[in-house]
Ligand binder design. Structure first.
Ligand SMILES: [Zn+2]
Ligand SMILES: [Zn+2]
Length: 157
């Protein structure tokens, strides 16, 4: 966690006063949200469950304390992807937006690519490489975890 936090880099998002804020939303525009402050973690997850839930080979996630995430517009539909795990998505267009686990009640993971500027917080590690598709390249500049780091959105399969 500390290593991940220390190595987060990127362009500075716009600031309102002292607070760093970024906004995001879904493909159809119905869902809009804001996140405050820098994420605790920025990762790419290769787990099978993220893959199936997104229809993409891997999913990039930003981890925030729950009270730093605010829904501004639209409705998130929730799906319990396994015991104690909820994934949410736009009820209109299906864009995946959040992941939350009973194991870590204080934090919520937000899909990096749903931010209006997904380049704000580049990933620092890749998780669940055990599940990686053989044809998807890894980035050797990032920390590599065969499974979840302690805080990475887990494989909930
Ligand atoms: Zn939508
Ligand atoms: Zn995953």
């Amino acid at each position: 966690m500390e290593a991940g936090r220390a190595s987060l880099r990127g362009r500075s998002p716009r600031r309102r006063g002292a607070e760093v804020k970024a906004e995001g939303g879904c493909l159809c525009g119905a869902v809009r949200f804001a996140v405050e402050g820098r994420p605790l973690l920025s990762i790419i997850c290769h787990c099978r469950t993220c893959r199936r839930a997104s229809g993409a080979p891997s999913v990039a996630w930003l981890t925030f304390e729950c009270d730093k995430f605010r829904l501004l517009a639209g409705r998130l539909r929730e799906f319990p992807s396994s015991s104690g795990v909820i994934r949410s998505f736009c009820e209109v267009c299906g864009t995946p937006v959040t992941y939350s686990s009973e194991q870590f009640r204080d934090i919520v993971d937000v899909t990096t690519a749903s931010l209006d500027d997904p380049s704000l917080y580049p990933p620092t590690l890749e998780a669940w490489l055990e599940h990686r598709l053989g044809w998807e390249a890894t980035n050797s500049a990032l920390a590599q975890h065969p499974r979840a780091g302690a805080e990475a959105p887990g494989d909930d399969a």
